[in-house]
Design a protein around this ligand. Structure first.
Ligand SMILES: [Mn+2]
Length: 367
């Protein structure tokens, strides 16, 4: 049993539960090594305090479960069958009348919850497995970090492809296509999120996406991208100048943003709070007069999803610990003028942190 699943079973026992039902397919991957987005079909991981767990999947996935290395029980259903009747039968063979259930309250859809209530009318739900999993996922194992290191290398190559694609008149969307084509050619079949390329004033919208806007010489171009390597994500942002000198304002906000990013990254150490780290970066930007244009948290956790815990923001007194992985991504967005964001994701070490991406963050002009 891998250490994540072992920890989950210990939690089930420690909470006095009769079983836990894990329904989120990313979390099923985390606990079992089996990844499948079942879409409208049903998958579930069922974990007991003192018996072996089992996976329940569509019948067409049973071979994939075995191929993923899952050595415990697996049961399947055909499309015309009632999955919850079959799940109930599997559970009752192991524990006839389970009363105390752990479920993922962030994930379990109402129709699935109603099906559980139909099969087990006396069930109660005293424990939230969502909270347990997000806590466990805060600290990555060396094996998980190794996968994220490789995802970071992929992101570095994606930046290189994006920079190489820049030419006068190419649109943001076409640059995205070049980046993702380059990644797919090397075998990276999934980006971790929709790649963002924003030129000039478009980059002043921190929640915008690529448009049909043509890149013009003398503009800043923002790239925010990442890849999915074996279920583990990378996420990084660079903002570069294209085709000659940019405005003095654009140059200045890049300088301030970079100083904030580098200062924060250098300050990471175990024991520092997430809130204090956010403030370290924010103080640099505020002191330069751009505080109002940094309108989001400094960072987010990353792992099997691109946004998880810890959240690096004001009000979060969580202390950083070795093995935590998160982004450090200050930005300055001046509407109608320009936008800059610079981002590395890092993992906390005993003495500081190590970034997953290594593409230069210094002010760079691509000709
Ligand atoms: Mn990010």
């Amino acid at each position: 049993m891998n250490q994540h699943l072992h920890a989950l079973q210990d939690w089930v026992a420690g909470q006095g539960l009769d079983l836990a039902y894990i329904s989120n397919f990313t979390n099923i991957n985390y606990y079992t090594g089996f990844f499948s987005d079942p879409e409208e079909r049903i998958t579930g991981l069922f974990v007991f305090p003192d018996q072996e767990p089992f996976l329940f999947v569509p019948a067409l996935s049973i071979e994939a479960v075995k191929k993923a290395g899952w050595t415990y029980g697996v049961a399947g259903y055909l499309d015309h069958e009632d999955p919850f009747a079959l799940i109930a039968a599997e559970i009752k063979r192991r524990t006839p009348n389970p009363l105390r259930w752990g479920i993922e309250k962030d994930d379990l859809a109402v129709f699935k919850f109603e099906a559980v209530m139909r099969e087990f009318p006396q069930a109660t739900f005293p424990a939230d497995a969502s909270r347990f999993t997000e806590g466990l996922q805060l600290i990555k194992t060396p094996d998980e970090i190794a996968k994220m290191v490789e995802a970071g290398h992929q992101a570095d190559r994606a930046f290189a492809a994006g920079f190489a694609a820049l030419r006068a008149g190419i649109t943001e969307q076409q640059v995205v296509a070049e980046i993702e084509y380059a990644m797919m050619k090397e075998g990276v079949m999934h980006m971790s999120f929709d790649t963002i390329v924003q030129a000039g004033v478009d980059a002043a919208d921190p929640h915008g996406g690529p448009e049909a806007t043509a890149v013009q010489p003398g503009e800043l171009v923002l790239f925010d991208l990442g890849t999915n390597n074996q279920g583990y994500m990378s996420d990084a942002t660079r903002t570069v100048a294209f085709g000659g000198p940019v405005s003095a304002k654009a140059r200045e906000i890049h300088k301030v943003c970079l100083e904030a990013q580098l200062t924060a990254q250098a300050a990471v150490r175990p024991g520092l709070t997430a809130a204090a780290l956010d403030k370290i970066a924010r103080d640099v930007i505020t002191a330069a007069g751009y505080g109002e244009y940094f309108n989001h948290r400094l960072g987010h956790g990353i792992g099997m999803s691109t946004h998880e815990f810890p959240s690096i923001m004001e009000g979060n007194d969580m202390t950083l610990q070795p093995g935590m992985c998160f982004s450090i991504e200050p930005g300055i967005y001046i509407p109608g003028v320009a936008g800059v964001r610079i981002e590395d994701c890092v993992h906390v070490t005993e003495t500081g942190c190590e970034p997953f991406t290594h593409t230069s963050k210094e002010f760079t002009t691509i000709d």
